[in-house]
Design a protein. Sequence first.
Length: 350
Amino acid sequence: MQARHLRRLAGVTALTALAASGLGMSSPAQANAVHVVHAGGSIQEAVDHAAPGDTIRLLAGTYAGGVLITKDDLRISGAGKRTVITRAPGEAAAANACGAAGHGLCVLGTADHPVGGVRIESLTVSGFAKSGIWASGTDRMTVRRVVAHTNGENGIGQEISTRGVLADNTADDNGLDGLFLGDTPDAMGTRIVGNHAAGNRLGVHVRRGRMLTIERNVLTANCAGVFIVGDETQPVAGAMTIRRNRINENNKFCPANARIEHIQGSGIVLTGARETRVTDNEIRDNRGDSSMSGGIALVPSFSGGPTSANEITDNVALGNAPSDLADRDAKATNTFTRNVCAISEPVGHC
């Protein structure tokens, strides 16, 4: 026989499956709970009452953001695009560190004590001053089937985090990056896979990151499709794989700032990255007049370090300007093999 305990919060129903015992079998004293939050209910209240391993199920409707998660193994699951998390009015937006910073959903741990195993899936985050979803100090965090649009900075961002999965998301018209990963010298296999990013400054941006894969994403109408940035930090950024992506017509204009010149018409940019493999991508019709413009552009680090020991192979890069493939770091040694292109800098890479 199975017993169920139902506990009602403000706009939240918690269902906890208790022990079930029978002839010849036993089960745990208490299974993980499912907290059902109704439209307009408090996601934060459900998070505060949840235990590690619980699921928070968001029904279709609109919810206030500024949700702070610091517990392991929580799963927050919506009803797809019909579950919308947006900026709370007035004082509610600053109820915790996440809301005060202007983010929608935050998963926050530390480098020494990361928050592990959080899953966020099947919902929309929109209209936040900073990031729709922001994570720092996490391990094994998954963000899947999320729509992140019109946020002031990042659609979905992670820093100082390992073994993450950002998969099958849509990130469009965010002020900075559709998908961002930063300050992770050992990402330990983090995967950015199957996403669609359009209308952002940068579609996928990795800053000071290593040991990750960017695969099977569709990136279009950004200022740059994939942007990999390294600098003088150790270990040097890179040692990643960029493969089987479609990166076409990233021709939005982004003006210069105090650090870099304007960005436009950039398919894949490696600057200060080393030992990265770029393979089997389709890169078409990215056109601009910046030193970073073109299909695949390798340029020196902004801090003066080389962009070296990268392998560019088996890509189709056509219709890009000023060139399809460009190795613009005269001090570096990179390898170009078996690519299909029309124009390269220097000649001979096609």
